[in-house]
Design a protein around this ligand. Structure first.
Ligand code: ADP
Ligand code: MG
Length: 262
């Protein structure tokens, strides 16, 4: 870290733009995320939230703008490169892999793209045999399942999990790469209240350990009670941002939501 500004800001998005044909999905979005925070990204459907996530994590390449992570320019880099620098998003458990067990899913890593950085992350330093490396990955996978209290499901088929258990598994897989920051797109969608509580507790535990979260979430109770900072997108831009109380009473925000369909 070269200065205190970089220490406080883990992610800096500047003038980000993405067009799909004639549609401007992201239209000059700029914002920062503070290290160690749980930051919410909200806005009506079509505001550009998911596209912004895709631009940040390398799934899509922006037409313009820059993304700095830990002070490094990661704009337009591949998802693998970005993940190896410590920035990951959760991926839905692939539909085509329902007949793999939970533990096998963990060993594979989120899509193959993260599997690779997972394996790389256990390699540095001492030379280890493939068997030793595999044991280390397995141990770490197991500990992570225990942390999310889904270790009892290790031998179940991933396809048999409930919506909430699946979300826990998605987060567990993302964590295996030892990231600094996680982007979660609608983590509470389809999650029953007791698992939602567990998921939020784990997110706060991880925040206590120093992880940073940026989450898109439609449940305003989650946003208002669990985020310390909220960024509001509308029509591809940041409409406003602030702490939850300020956002909740902001006339522009209320208008944007009423104008949209959320
Ligand atoms: P949000 O997540 O806030 O609901 P999105 O980022 O998914 O919004 O979408 C923003 C806009 O970009 C929408 O008009 C959407 O239809 C469009 N869009 C998103 N992805 C694509 C794509 N791959 N191709 C074409 N249009 C897209
Ligand atoms: Mg979306």
């Amino acid at each position: 870290m070269s200065n205190s500004q970089e220490q406080e800001t883990i992610l800096q998005v500047s003038d980000l733009e993405k067009r799909f044909g004639g549609i401007v999905a992201v239209d000059g979005a700029s914002f920062e995320v503070e290290r160690g925070s749980i930051t919410g990204l909200i806005g009506p459907n079509g505001a550009g939230k998911s596209t912004t996530f895709n631009l940040i994590t390398g799934t899509h390449k922006p037409n313009a703008g820059t993304v700095l992570f830990n002070g490094q320019n990661i704009t337009g880099k591949s998802p693998e490169r970005i993940a190896s620098k410590g920035l990951v998003r959760t991926f839905q458990i692939a539909r085509e892999l329902p007949e793999m067990t939970v533990l096998e899913n963990m060993m594979l890593g989120p899509k193959n793209q993260l599997g690779e950085s997972l394996w790389r992350s256990v390699m540095p330093g001492a030379r280890r045999t493939v068997i030793e490396q595999e044991k280390e990955v397995r141990d770490r996978a197991w500990e992570t399942l225990e942390f999310f209290e889904i270790d009892h499901l290790a031998e179940e088929y991933a396809g048999s999990l409930s919506g909430g258990q699946r979300k826990l598994l998605e987060l567990a897989r993302a964590l295996l790469t030892d990231p600094d920051m996680l982007l979660l797109d609608e983590p509470m969608a389809g999650v029953n209240p007791s698992l939602e509580k567990k998921l939020l507790e784990r997110i706060h535990d991880l925040q206590d350990e120093g992880y940073t979260f940026l989450l898109v979430e439609h449940d305003m109770d989650v946003i208002m009670n669990h985020c310390e900072h909220v960024i509001v997108m509308h029509q591809g831009r940041v409409l406003t941002e602030g702490d939850p109380e300020a956002i909740q009473s902001d006339e522009e925000v209320i208008d944007a939501y009423l104008g949209g369909e959320a």
